[in-house]
Write a protein that binds this ligand. Structure first.
Ligand code: AMP
Length: 415
């Protein structure tokens, strides 16, 4: 199989490692890719959000499968343009990607499908914002309605801060606070059949102990030893299948990766958000444990043959990834600093570039992820932090508590 991977972040590096490791993959292309991906794929230049350009590249490299990593190309219609050329694409249509692209659309689908989620109002003026904040009370959850790379959400007890964020957003979704540990569940689907991957947990706040601002994600681990038994079956039954059925009913089936972000509350799992693609950095840990060849799985989803795909196989043990972020992230990151210690197995490139002189430099907010597996969470954690300690990047920061509570058995589900 000839595979073209679209994107150039940490998620795509993890996808590239999975795709390159599949014996059915004869050549892997990545566009635009990054210096880490360059070790396992042939890189091509492309504007990833230009549907015609990506489709033309897929034709040029005679791809049998195009895997679209990030949300922006999906929302722009890249999967539609590739499929219009007769090439299977892993990723939803622009219409179906609205499950991620608009929080209001996602809430409409959830309501129609009877999916358990936080009660919410979409507000467009101060008066509506005030009413919604009054009704739900603190902690306040205020979300930008459009794509915001995981950073458009403010959760705060400070009413003035909540009002200020609402003012910045314009069209805003205000919702009930969901208390309980969070789970990310990735589901591979062809629109009808659906296969869940291992649930993972990510760390959204910038600082240790879940302090500081929200980020795109500072680390992740899998599997979740503390998750209630039957959680995945319950989410497939109450969330995933009803959502897929509602999308089919609307004439916009969702095929690709449905990311279900959940809070495990005292009343059971509740959806926090849907995304239309693999999560970053959870992909790094989930794919590190997947034994089933990745390209075959994604090709089955892209060609509507997932029902015939064999059950997924997983490695024993656990995986942990720790993000090394640039100074200033999640605000404006400082870029262009020299990085050393990144050329080791398990170091995933998220925001790097290679200069003409061969030096590796930071080129984004989240720069690298130290990713490791081990026989248990404590061992995987030690190995991931050993990788992080070997990385030198001036001014960088990382959380020191990724997977710590889970490894110590300190996560509990509210009763
Ligand atoms: P989102 O972009 O919707 O995933 O939100 C980012 C983060 O904000 C989530 O991962 C949660 O940590 C938090 N969050 C969002 N919605 C809620 C909610 N209704 N209750 C509690 N926390 C939330």
């Amino acid at each position: 199989m000839r595979v073209l991977l679209v994107g150039g972040g940490g998620r795509e590096h993890a996808l590239a490692l999975g795709l390159a490791g599949d014996p059915s993959v004869e050549v892997l292309f990545a566009a635009p890719g990054n210096p880490g991906i360059a070790a396992v794929a042939e890189l091509r230049e492309v504007n990833a959000t230009d549907p015609a350009a990506v489709a033309a590249l897929a034709v040029e490299v005679t791809a049998d499968l195009v895997v679209i990593g990030p949300e922006a190309p999906l929302v722009a219609g890249v999967a539609d343009a590739v499929r219009a050329k007769g090439i299977p694409a892993f990723g939803p249509s622009a219409e179906a990607a609205r499950l991620e692209g608009s929080k209001t659309f996602a809430k409409d689908v959830m309501t129609a499908a009877g999916v358990p989620t936080a009660r919410a109002y979409t507000c467009t003026d101060d008066e509506g914002v005030g009413r919604a904040l009054d009704e739900f009370g603190p902690p306040y959850v205020v979300k930008n309605d459009g794509l915001a790379a995981g950073k458009g959400v403010v959760v705060t007890d400070d009413r003035a801060r909540a009002e200020e964020h609402a003012g910045e957003c314009g069209r805003v979704v205000i919702e009930e606070y969901l208390a309980g540990p969070e789970v990310s569940l990735f589901v591979v689907t062809d629109g009808e059949a659906a296969l869940p991957l291992l649930p993972a947990q990510d760390f959204k706040r910038a600082g240790d102990g879940d302090t500081g601002p929200n980020t795109g994600g500072m680390g992740a681990y899998a599997p979740l030893s503390w998750a209630p038994p039957g959680l995945v079956d319950e989410v497939m039954r109450d969330v995933v299948h009803p959502t897929l059925a509602e999308m089919r009913r609307r004439g916009t089936p969702f095929a690709g990766l449905l990311y279900v972000g959940l809070a495990i509350t005292a009343a059971g799992p509740r959806v926090i958000e849907f995304n239309a693609r693999f999560g970053d950095p959870e992909t790094q840990v989930v794919l590190a444990l997947l034994e089933t060849p990745l390209a075959g799985l994604l090709h089955a989803a892209a060609t509507g043959t997932l029902a015939e795909h064999p059950p997924l196989r997983w490695r024993a043990g656990a995986a942990v990834t720790v993000v090394v972020a640039a100074e200033g992230y999640p605000g404006t990151p400082r870029t262009g600093d020299v990085i050393t210690g990144a050329d080791r197995a398990g170091v995933i490139h998220a925001g790097t570039r290679r200069d003409a002189d061969g030096s590796l430099r930071s080129a984004g907010g989240r720069v690298l992820c130290g990713t490791a597996t081990g026989p248990d969470l404590a061992a995987a954690r030690d190995a991931a932090y050993a990788l992080v300690r070997g990385i030198e990047l001036d001014g960088s920061h990382h959380r020191t508590d990724i997977a710590a509570a889970a490894a110590a058995g300190r996560i509990t589900v509210p009763a």
